[in-house]
Design a protein around this ligand. Sequence first.
Ligand SMILES: *Cc1c(COP(=O)(O)O)cnc(C)c1O
Length: 238
Amino acid sequence: MDRAMWWTAQIAQVRDEIKGACRRAGRAADEVRLVGVTKTLAPEAVVDLIRTGLRDVGENRWQQARPKLAQPGADTLTWHFIGHLQSNKVRPVVRHFDWIHSVDSEALGRLISDEAVRQERTIHVLVQVNIAREPQKSGVAPEQTRPLLETLAACPGLRLEGLMTMAPAASNPEDVRWVFRALRELRDEMERQTGIPLPELSMGMSGDFVPAVEEGATMVRIGRRLFPPMPGEDDVVS
Ligand SMILES: *Cc1c(COP(=O)(O)O)cnc(C)c1O
């Protein structure tokens, strides 16, 4: 079996679990976009990745994304920036990525917008919220969300799509269900207060995407479950 086939099987399995979670929640499975997080993969893996048919890929650091973006066919994929974005990386990220899930300040949002306008692009953005208030995590506190949303909604280079969060690490995903529910409730409350449509909820990773989808995720960001090493291959692919 080659690597693309191996990954294709994992992708099918995860899609199946997403479908099950949707069914339990009374949702349509096509409401959930599967973003494959490729940060642990070597640049050459992009060719195999394209063969799996997966179309949305996520990277959390510009330095790791850069060599992958130069691979043949990389521009046929939709790239999602999901990590903390430093201001000096805004220009290349705006050039290559369609989505930025991790906007957490007005200053960063304005920089992205200005650069997008310069490049005649529109970037889809999400506000990252630190629901669990973990000191080591990025994201705004829930009570800071409204002013940031109002600023971003007025930025000409941005299309504000919704909210993103990362749950704390948990061995039992049920322990972090409350985080996903809280993000959905915050979204509902923000839509009511501001009138800004916020259709997208980016939440759920390898260990916790099932409760995230049951609570309303429209985008899940999954790495380890989709791209495990081949049987017999070293644990670290890159
Ligand atoms: C790495 C990463 C993921 C995927 O994590 P897995 O546990 O490998 O599924 C999702 N979101 C962000 C922001 C990440 O950095």
